[in-house]
Ligand binder design. Structure first.
Ligand code: FES
Length: 100
């Protein structure tokens, strides 16, 4: 039996289920949520930055690409790049206003 995993997106308050290994950005786009991704998920634009409002401790630590942006752009502790962060069940994120 496969466990149904879900993450929730704010401010629309939408719970989205996903299977397997997906980035938070992929889960959003698969569910028609307009999460910015100017560079197409390559980790270079930072428009996909989200605020983690629940479950921050469940996420894997930032990879090298994300680390660089976190330092250069002074991310808050709960801010992550959604294209570089694996979706984990029970996490809740707030997405920025659409710019595309
Ligand atoms: S989509 Fe460009 S950094 Fe994530």
């Amino acid at each position: 039996m496969t466990m149904i995993k879900k993450i929730k997106f704010l401010p629309m308050n939408l719970s989205c289920s996903f299977e397997g290994a997906k980035s938070i950005l992929e889960v959003a786009l698969n569910n028609n949520i307009a999460l910015n991704h100017s560079c197409g998920g390559m980790g270079s634009c930072t428009t996909c930055r989200v605020k983690v409002t629940k479950g921050l401790e469940k996420l894997k630590p930032p990879n090298e690409i994300e680390q660089e942006h976190i330092q250069a752009r002074e991310f808050a502790k709960n801010e992550r790049l959604s294209c570089q962060t694996d979706a984990v069940d029970g996490v809740e994120v707030e997405i920025p206003e659409a710019t595309e």
